[in-house]
Design a protein around this ligand. Structure first.
Ligand SMILES: Cc1cc2nc3c(=O)[nH]c(=O)nc-3n(C[C@H](O)[C@H](O)[C@H](O)COP(=O)(O)OP(=O)(O)OC[C@H]3O[C@@H](n4cnc5c(N)ncnc54)[C@H](O)[C@@H]3O)c2cc1C
Length: 564
C-alpha cells in the first residue's frame, strides 16, 4: 500500500491550495481526483474538439473576485508559477428592454456618471451604496481569512484599515443595531432602500442572487458584495481561462514534491479505531494517510456516501441525520451553455460599443424577472419562458481563447436540479433529458438574440450541460454549484454545521475543506488555505501559532485594503 502523510480527496482549486500549503510545510501529500482533468469547477477545456477545434471554454467558473480578498496568490507565488490575471473594465453591462442600460466601470465615479445619464439621484445613491458595502467587505475580510471559530486568528487579521471599516459600520449602539437590521433584510429590501430606477435595480438584484437564492430572500442583503467587489478589489480572469489558475496550483504542488493522480474515484474513507487512516478508490486500491485525510468534497457527500455508517455513528450518533435534514438545499443549479461564435455579440438596440463585451453581461429585465428566475427553481420549475441569464464573451478580454477572429460565449442559466413535473424521469430521475436541455438552451439563446440579433447566425457550435449532467461530472450534491447553499444560516461558523465548521470533524485526522466550508463557494482558495492552517495548528500547536501571528501581520500589511 502506498503511504503518504496526507491524502486529499478531490483536486478542485481548494484541494490544490490546501495541498500546496501542506506540501510547503513539509508534508508528503497525495491528491486523488476522480476526473481525468484537474481543477473541478475551475477548468478550461476544449469542449467541442470536432465541431469547434481550437475553441477553449470554462465549463464552470469564469469571473474571479473572492480570490483577491485573501493572500493565496501572493503566499503561493502563483504569478511565478504561470498565473496571469486580466482585469475587467468595464465590469458589468446590463441592457434594459426600454433601451436604457447599466454600464459599470471599475471606477465608482465613472459608473455614477453612467447612472446619472438617467437619474441624478440614483447616481448619488450608488456611491453611498458602494461605500457602505465596501466598509462591510473590509470588515469581513479578516473573518474570511481565518478558521471561523478561531478568534485569535480572526483578531490577528484586523489591521488599522479594516478596524476603521468595522467601526464606520458599527458607530454607536443605534448604528450597530441598524447594521444587524440590514443583515436581516433581503437584497431587494436593501436595493429599494437606495434606488428608484429599474435599469439599475435589476442588475444589482441579479448579482446578489448569484449567492444562490432569490433576491427576495431575507438575511441575504450581503449579496450586494457581488457588485461592490467588482469595483474593489476588482473582477479578473486568468489569461488562458480559469484552468490557468489550476495549472499554476498544480505547478506549485508538484514543484514541492506533491503527488497528484487523476482517474482515482475515492469510494471509501478508511477508519481505524475512530481515526481516518486512508482511502480506497474504485478498483480497490488503497492509499494510507499517516497524518490526515482531507476532503475537498462537502460534508454531506463525505459522511453520507464515502463512509461506513457505523464509523460515523460511533463518532457522532446525530451527525448523519443532521447532515441529511438540517442542511438546506433550495434546488437551484445551473444549465450551462457554451457557444463557439463566428463574430462578436452586438447589442444594437443599446448603442453598441465593444467595451460592453469585456465584463459580465446580465440579462435582467426587471427585479421581478430576476426574482422569478430564482424562485421558479426553488419550486422545481424551469424559468425558461422568459430567461434571465449571466453571460460572458471571454474572447473580448482574452482572444487566446479562440482561433483568430473567432469568439466564445459563456452562458449561465439558473435551473432546478429536480424538475417537479418530471420527477422520476431523465438522468438520475431529475427530469433532465437531452431533448429538454436543448429546448431550454434554444429559449435562452432566443432571448439573448432579442438583445444581440447577430447571435443566431454566428453560432458555429454549442455545448449544453444540464444540472443533472453537471452533478454527475463533478459529483455536486443535487447539482449545487457551491456544494451547499450560501444562505446566511449556512455561512461563517454555521458552514456546513456548527460542529463541523472549523474544518475538523468528529473523526480524528479527518478534515474538511472546499466550497462546502467557510467562507464558501466561488474561486477564492480560502477554504483550502484555512483548512491547511487548522491542520498545521493541530499538528504543531506552538510553532504554527507563532508563524500564523507573523504571517497575519505580513499579509495584513500587504492586503488589498491595507494598501489602498
Ligand atoms: C457553472 C458554474 C459556474 C460558476 N461560475 C463561477 C464564477 O464565475 N466565479 C466564481 O468565483 N465561482 C463560480 N462558480 C463556483 C466555483 O466554481 C466553485 O464554488 C469552486 O470552483 C469550488 O471549488 P472547490 O475546490 O471547493 O470544489 P470543486 O471544484 O467541486 O472540486 C472538488 C473536486 O473533487 C472531485 N471529486 C468529487 N468526488 C470525488 C471522489 N469521490 N473522489 C475523487 N475526487 C472527487 C471533483 O471531480 C472535483 O475535481 C461556478 C460554478 C459552476 C458550477
Amino acid at each position: 500500500m502506498e503511504v503518504y502523510d496526507v491524502v486529499i480527496i478531490g483536486a478542485g482549486h481548494n484541494g490544490l491550495v490546501c495541498a500546496a500549503y501542506l506540501q510547503k510545510a513539509g508534508y508528503n501529500v497525495l491528491l486523488l481526483e476522480k476526473r481525468s482533468i484537474l481543477g473541478g469547477a475551475s477548468t478550461t477545456e476544449e469542449l467541442m474538439p470536432q465541431a469547434a477545434p481550437g475553441f477553449k471554454f470554462n465549463p464552470c467558473a469564469i469571473d474571479h473576485l473572492f480570490i483577491f480578498l485573501g493572500s493565496v496568490i501572493q503566499e503561493l507565488e502563483l504569478y511565478k508559477y504561470g498565473l496571469e490575471y486580466l482585469f475587467c473594465d468595464p465590469v458589468v453591462f446590463c441592457p434594459h428592454p426600454d433601451g436604457k442600460y447599466f454600464l459599470a466601470h471599475k471606477s465608482v465615479e465613472k459608473t455614477c456618471a453612467e447612472i446619472a445619464r438617467y437619474s441624478q439621484r440614483d447616481a448619488q445613491k450608488y456611491s453611498e451604496y458602494v461605500k457602505y458595502w465596501h466598509h462591510f467587505i473590509g470588515s469581513v475580510i479578516p473573518y474570511f481569512n481565518a478558521p471561523p471559530k478561531s478568534i485569535v486568528d480572526i483578531i490577528g487579521n484586523y489591521d488599522l484599515k479594516k478596524l476603521q471599516d468595522l467601526f464606520s459600520l458599527l458607530g454607536g449602539p443605534n448604528e450597530t443595531l441598524d447594521l444587524l437590521r440590514t443583515m436581516l433584510t433581503s437584497p431587494i429590501d436593501n436595493i429599494n432602500e437606495y434606488f428608484d430606477s429599474e435599469f439599475l435595480k435589476a442588475p444589482l438584484a441579479r448579482l446578489s442572487a448569484e449567492l444562490s437564492s432569490p433576491p427576495s430572500q431575507k438575511a441575504m442583503s450581503f449579496g450586494a458584495m457581488m457588485m461592490v467587489m467588482r469595483h474593489h478589489p476588482g473582477q479578473a480572469r486568468p489569461r488562458g481561462g480559469t484552468g490557468a489558475l489550476t495549472e499554476a496550483l498544480v505547478n506549485v504542488v508538484k514543484s514541492q514534491g506533491g503527488v497528484i493522480l487523476t482517474d482515482q474515484h475515492v469510494e471509501k474513507v478508511l477508519v481505524d479505531n475512530g481515526q481516518a487512516v486512508g482511502v480506497r478508490v474504485a478498483g480497490g486500491k488503497e492509499y494510507r494517510a499517516n497524518q490526515g485525510v482531507i476532503s475537498n468534497i462537502d460534508a454531506k457527500r463525505l459522511f453520507l456516501q464515502l463512509m461506513d455508517t457505523s464509523d460515523v455513528d460511533h463518532a457522532d450518533p446525530n451527525l448523519r441525520e443532521r447532515l441529511d435534514r438540517r442542511i438546506v438545499d433550495n434546488n437551484e443549479s445551473i444549465l450551462k451553455i457554451d457557444l463557439a461564435l463566428n463574430e462578436p455579440l452586438r447589442f444594437e438596440h443599446h448603442e453598441h460599443k465593444d467595451e460592453y463585451l469585456i465584463g459580465s453581461i446580465l440579462i435582467a429585465d426587471s427585479v421581478n424577472h430576476v426574482e422569478k428566475a430564482h424562485s421558479d427553481c426553488v419550486q422545481g420549475k424551469i424559468p425558461d419562458d422568459d430567461p434571465s441569464m449571466y453571460l460572458v464573451m471571454p474572447t473580448a478580454l482574452d482572444p487566446s481563447m479562440a482561433p483568430t477572429g473567432k469568439h466564445t460565449a459563456w452562458i449561465e442559466f439558473f435551473a432546478p436540479y429536480n424538475i417537479t413535473d418530471a420527477a422520476g424521469t431523465g438522468l438520475k430521475g431529475t427530469g433532465w433529458t437531452d431533448e429538454l436541455k436543448n429546448q431550454v438552451a434554444d429559449q435562452v439563446i432566443d432571448k439573448l438574440a432579442h438583445y444581440s440579433p447577430n447571435l443566431q447566425h454566428s453560432i458555429i457550435a454549442r455545448h449544453v450541460e444540464s444540472p443533472a449532467e453537471l452533478a454527475e461530472r463533478l459529483g455536486f450534491y443535487r447539482g449545487n454549484y457551491y456544494h451547499l447553499d450560501m444562505t446566511l444560516e449556512q455561512m461563517l461558523c454555521f458552514r456546513p454545521l456548527p460542529e463541523l465548521a472549523n474544518y475538523k470533524t468528529p473523526i480524528d485526522n479527518l478534515y474538511l475543506t472546499g466550497a462546502g466550508t467557510h467562507p464558501g463557494g466561488a474561486i477564492s482558495g480560502l477554504p483550502g488555505r484555512n483548512c491547511a492552517r487548522v491542520f498545521l495548528q493541530e499538528k504543531h500547536p506552538i510553532s504554527q501559532t507563532l508563524k500564523d501571528a507573523r504571517d497575519s501581520i505580513k499579509s495584513t500589511v500587504e492586503s488589498v485594503f491595507g494598501n489602498s
